[in-house]
Design a protein around this ligand. Structure first.
Ligand SMILES: Nc1ncnc2c1ncn2[C@@H]1O[C@H](COP(=O)(O)OP(=O)(O)OP(=O)(O)O)[C@@H](O)[C@H]1O
Ligand SMILES: [Mg+2]
Length: 320
């Protein structure tokens, strides 16, 4: 991968790009004009069940066909560059991809062979990656006898056996106990530290907050928020939650003026009280004076600091 993240000029180059991707399964619109630009490093694809995370990953890998739109992985098109993608990309699927009649070692060696490795290379490399993921003597047992945590580990091992530069991990911590989850996240961080790009899907916000540098929030098949994790979390610094009361006409004129002056994120009304979430980078006084001029009574005006969870819930409910 090496130079895929940053060009000679130092600007960020994108590892995965999608533009207006549409994927339908019959009448279900799984990806709805999905557009993203994912840089190198660890990118989180965060979204609730049914959001389209797995569909997107499979589309990028060429396992699911798109109805329209463009997809590129490091410049490669999954429709045409099938072999190059097989060599350079690793995939840990969400569901079981294991063959019950094989041991963990046989399984990983087999996937190495499928990814184009010779038998001589694949066997020692499989031992190496199984050591890395923390599978010991269990590697000689049939995968049918594995616990969920062991299955996740062997699935990670098969994804990295051919030393790909780009990895897609679909819900890698699924079904793991807290200790196993910690270890899985640690493994993901260690893989990324060796200059790999990782796209990891999850609906577990804390996991994402721990390991991702960049996050894409997906809901209803659309990318509804994306950006560096730090920026997304930091947005809260200038976000304010303003609660006001007043005559409907006054409130309307006030919110209209606000929309002209500030970035208004949402407006909601309940029991005659209006809650406005807005971005105000300046001082609070002009805004409060403007409310008074409109005859609007300010009940509260406070920071609206974001956690990733907050960003997620708001993006989903505000449908940004
Ligand atoms: N093969 C398929 N046939 C029909 N519908 C499908 C198929 N695969 C996905 N879908 C539908 O597409 C939508 C997106 O599904 P997808 O599996 O991509 O979501 P997800 O974000 O991965 O969810 P989860 O967190 O549950 O894994 C859902 O409505 C799902 O029912
Ligand atoms: Mg999924």
């Amino acid at each position: 991968m090496g130079n895929e993240g940053t060009s000679a000029e130092g600007s960020v180059r994108h590892t995965i790009t999608a533009r207006d991707v549409v994927v339908r399964f019959g009448s279900i619109l799984a990806l709805d004009n999905f557009s993203i630009e994912a840089p190198s490093g660890i990118v989180g694809l965060l979204g609730p069940n049914g959001a389209g995370k797995s569909t997107f990953i499979k589309t990028v890998l060429g396992l699911v066909g798109r109805d329209s739109g463009e997809v590129r992985i490091s410049g490669m098109d999954p429709r045409t560059d099938v072999m190059a993608i097989r060599d350079r990309v690793g995939y840990m699927p969400e569901h079981d991809c294991l063959v019950d009649t094989m041991s963990g070692l046989e399984m990983v060696t087999y996937f190495g062979r499928l990814s184009g490795m010779s038998k001589e290379d694949s066997i020692p490399r499989s031992h190496e990656v199984l050591d890395f993921v923390g599978l010991g003597e269990e590697r000689y047992r049939l995968t049918a006898t594995y616990s969920t945590g062991m299955k996740q580990r062997v699935k990670l091992a098969q994804a990295i056996v051919h030393d790909p530069g780009i990895l897609f991990l679909d819900e890698p911590t699924n079904g793991m106990d807290p200790l196993g989850r910690e270890e899985m996240l640690e493994l993901i961080s260690r893989i990324a530290a060796s200059n790999k790009s990782i796209l990891v899907s999850s609906h577990i916000l804390q996991d994402m907050e721990r390991v991702c540098q960049h996050v894409i929030i997906i809901n209803g098949g659309r990318a509804i928020a994306q950006g560096p994790m730090s920026v997304l979390l930091d947005q809260g610094r200038d976000r304010k939650r303003l609660k006001v009361r007043g005559e409907p006409k006054a409130l309307m004129a006030f919110t209209e003026q606000l929309r002209k002056d500030q970035q208004v994120i949402s407006v909601s009304e309940e029991f005659g009280q209006m809650t406005i979430v807005l971005v105000n980078e300046g001082a609070s006084r002009p805004l409060l004076e403007m409310a008074r001029r409109h005859g609007v009574q300010v009940r509260s005006y406070a920071p609206d600091k974001l956690t990733l969870e907050g960003a997620f819930i708001r993006s989903v409910t505000e449908g940004a």
